[in-house]
Design a protein. Sequence first.
Length: 95
Amino acid sequence: MGNNCFDFLDEWAAGKKRDPDVINNPNKMVRKFGRGPDNTKCGTCSKLVGYDYHNKIYYKCSEYGYSKSISTDFRLKFDSCGKYQDGDRKIVRDY
């Protein structure tokens, strides 16, 4: 199975049912890679990077990519995804 937006069709054709908690999850990474370890949040992932911009910190996932758009913002309270790595997150001053 590849990593494209039509992977769900392969699952559907094979008769697999998708977990509604994953399908409807606000974290786009969970929808793509599934859930991470139990009881973990994006806020404890080392891949989450905080960008200081106009005295406010915007959190972006280094796996997802970033821009100055709200569409690439992540919340610390989001459930972690399958790419989760335990560790400290970074705060970048130059955005």
